[in-house]
Design a protein around this ligand. Structure first.
Ligand code: KG4
Length: 355
């Protein structure tokens, strides 16, 4: 029996989870409201909040799992990518616990956690997961990628953003319109009330399977600025339609490349992951496209879309089973390119995690 404690602290959520032989026993999350006042994550405040939260979050995860700390087989933690100060807290805590309990450490790439979230098994429900190889549209606040997953440890990035992540586009849209942070959930909610075809925003022309989301932000900025010059009330009066049009365009951009990737690879097992995979419009679009094209689609449960330690624990479990162990002198890495000395760049990146 393998019991894995997962620890996640890459951005502004402190989370700990326990899984036993792939089944989730607990998943505790402390989100940091402190950033709302600033309209974005403030790294120094995030790091301090992690320091306050990490002990209670880990001990609650152990309690709720109904285990003792000494029952833990291995400690999986997010090594990166993310905010360095935030990652340091989880990494240091995992190391301390590893020494105190005399249990091995297993480092996890945060993105790999998102991609494997569909493999978290739960006792009280039917557990379906994609067959290999599958494609994962990984969409979060820091990344937008199409990943080909050959096995739990063998990943290949087929395409990714050459500038901003799609989550950033949602967040910037919300900020521009004074709707608060994080923007995705607010834009999603307002979009449901609006007409998605009233306003149109520029779509990028990027070759291959790569994405770009910086142009659409500028398109929104100029559109709102020009309209407000004519009518200062424009944004307030039309915010639902603006959000609906903006969200529709983002989803069309995402789906165009996903369809292309599925055609190119012939893969029909499709998943999504990352914070933006909580978006109701994107979930509907993936389901609808799947129905039309004969894909088998897998949508993660909402609680596993945004940052959580359950996905870190499951990814760590696969690495643990593969015999991988991390040395105590490990340091967190903020950029994906620094993982295992990889030198990925935006157009031809290294794999998410080497086998
Ligand atoms: O995966 P995540 O929690 O953190 C990163 O690793 O980046 O993703 C956070 C991102 C934010 O940009 C947030 O606005 C976006 O996910 N997000 C959404 C929704 N819920 C969260 N975007 C669109 N629609 C949503 N419902």
């Amino acid at each position: 029996m393998d019991i894995i404690l997962g620890i996640e602290s890459s951005c502004d959520d402190t989370s700990a989870a326990v899984i036993r032989d792939g089944y989730l026993l607990s998943n505790v999350l402390a989100s940091q409201d402190v950033h709302k006042a600033y309209g974005g994550v403030i790294p120094e405040l995030a790091s301090r909040a992690h320091q306050l939260n990490i002990v209670p979050v880990v001990s609650q995860a152990i309690d709720r799992a109904g285990i003792k700390a000494s029952d833990i087989t291995a400690i999986a933690f997010t090594r990166g990518p993310g905010l360095l100060g935030s990652l340091l807290v989880g990494t240091s805590f995992a190391k301390g616990l590893s020494i105190a309990l005399d249990r091995p450490l297993v480092e996890v790439n945060h993105l790999q956690g998102h991609v494997l979230a569909n493999f978290i098994k739960q006792y009280d429900r039917e557990n379906v997961h994609p067959s290999f190889p599958y494609l994962c549209l990984l969409v979060s606040g820091g990344n937008s990628q199409i990943v080909r997953v050959n096995s739990p440890l063998d990943f290949e990035i087929l395409g990714q953003t050459i500038d901003d992540a799609v989550g950033e586009a949602f967040d910037k849209c919300s900020k521009m319109m004074g709707l608060g942070y994080p923007g995705g959930p607010v834009v999603d909610r307002l979009a449901k009330e609006g007409d998605p075809y009233r306003f149109h925003f520029a779509k990028p022309h990027v070759p291959g399977l790569d994405y770009s989301f910086s142009g659409i932000k500028t398109s929104l900025l100029y559109f709102v600025r020009d309209q407000m010059a004519l009518d200062p009330e424009f944004m307030e009066k039309n915010k639902a339609d603006i959000c609906a049009g903006f969200q529709r365009t983002l989803i069309e951009i995402l789906m165009d490349k996903l369809v292309k990737a599925a055609k190119q690879t012939g893969i029909r097992e499709i998943t999504i992951g990352g914070g933006v995979s909580a978006n109701s419009g994107l979930r509907a679009a993936v389901t609808e496209e799947g129905r039309k094209r004969g894909w088998k689609t897998y949508l993660p449960e909402f609680k596993f879309t945004t940052d959580n330690a359950a996905m870190i624990a499951i990814a760590g479990y696969f690495h643990y089973l593969n015999g991988e162990r991390t040395s105590l002198d490990v340091a967190p890495v903020s950029r994906i390119a620094d993982f295992h000395g990889q030198t990925g760049n935006s157009s031809h990146p290294a794999p998410v995690m080497p086998a």
